[in-house]
Unconditional design. Sequence first.
Length: 89
Amino acid sequence: YDALAADPAAFPHSESTLIARAKTILNPEVLLGQKDDGECLSPDFEFVAAVVGPIGKEEYLGALSSFKLEESFDIKPNFFGFSVDPIMR
């Protein structure tokens, strides 16, 4: 992180690449890895949140499948305004 903060140009992915990747993963046909068996996620993927994690790819996919989000909620994705934080990219 410190190296990227000092030189954001050192990050290997462009803003447009990161935004396209986010849109792919959020796409209802992929659904955060649930509908593509995690193919959209890196083999070394880790989920980290305030009270959960880090958990690896398989544990993450298992947790998501147990939530049954599509059955539990009427989800209508409406993502917009994608941007990349110049420091965190």
